[in-house]
Design a protein around this ligand. Structure first.
Ligand code: PLP
Length: 283
């Protein structure tokens, strides 16, 4: 795996960072992950815009345009065709105090590109994945793509322990918020439901594309919260994310969803999503 560490290209295992890095001490940093198909980054502009926004929300002063150029150079240098780009910017190194260090403290900027040939969930594309519900224990600014992911890790581990592929995070009011690293969607009577954007969910880039694809396919979209207690009445459930793409879900807490197989609306969106990838690769 090839990395760019503050502008220097090296093997990822050669990157060394101080224990006083605020990412290490506080989880004080921002990240992005994007897919590479046919040697081209997918939805690059959207990811760079979200990176800028997250950094701005926590007042980390990094040159995202320069970071983007280095990312593209690294990708070209790696020669990787099917891959995953990981980008991370922390507030940098400073003696441990909670308040931000003085202006001018250099952020630590890391990118790596690695081979990523199949999505981990490819086998569930038709049969559907199984998920468990867990309480959403995270903080109140989940719209910021922070590297502080302990709540997400706990949820993902609960899913793994249950032999499931993902966890659905449930808010105190009983609504389905999102997955530990995916956005959540339901389908009822041919209409797609998804949680509206707000401080409690990540504005998923795959989510935004899928909503656009649904609109284009004349599939009605409703943005409102869906309750866990309503799961028994829905026809289809699916998740979206950079690495999961569009993932049908057919089991929640051991109970079947809809017919128990990936539904027609989900499969239509899987196909439309694949067309977008094919278009990128051909372009
Ligand atoms: N929700 C959370 C909590 C995530 O961590 C992620 C991705 O990592 C997503 C949703 C999906 O976002 P995207 O489609 O931008 O990958």
């Amino acid at each position: 795996t090839l990395a760019d560490w503050n502008g220097e290209v090296m093997p990822l295992e050669d990157v060394k960072v101080s224990v006083l890095d605020r990412g290490f001490l506080f989880g004080d940093g921002i990240y992005e992950a994007l897919r590479v198909y046919g040697g081209k980054p997918f939805l690059l502009r959207e990811h760079m815009d979200r990176l800028k926004r997250s950094l701005k929300e926590v007042s980390i002063d990094a040159d995202v345009d320069a970071f983007e150029k280095r990312t593209l150079n690294l990708l070209a240098k790696s020669g990787i065709k099917e891959g995953l780009i990981y980008q991370q910017v922390t507030r940098g190194v400073y003696p441990r105090v909670h308040k931000y260090p003085p202006k001018g403290t250099k952020p630590n900027e890391l990118v790596w590109v690695k081979e990523f040939t199949e999505t981990p969930f490819a086998e569930f594309r038709e049969s559907g994945a199984a998920v468990v519900t867990v309480p959403d224990l995270r903080w109140k600014r989940c719209d910021i793509k922070s590297i502080n992911l302990l709540g997400n890790c706990m949820a993902a581990e609960a899913a793994a322990q249950a032999g499931c592929q993902e966890a659905l995070l449930i808010a105190e009011d009983g609504s389905i918020v999102e997955g530990s690293h995916t956005s959540a969607f339901g389908v009822k009577d041919g209409r797609v439901w998804t949680m509206p954007l707000g401080p409690n969910i990540l504005p998923g880039i795959t989510r935004a594309l899928v909503l656009k694809l649904a609109n284009r396919a004349n599939i009605e979209v409703i943005e409102r919260s869906l309750l866990k207690s309503e799961l028994g009445q829905i026809d289809e459930l699916f998740l979206t994310g950079t690495t999961s793409e569009v993932l049908p879900v057919t089991k929640v807490d051991g109970h079947g969803v809809g017919t128990g197989k990936a539904g027609p609306v989900t499969l239509r969106l899987v196909a439309e999503y694949q067309k977008e990838i094919d278009e990128l690769v051909r372009s």
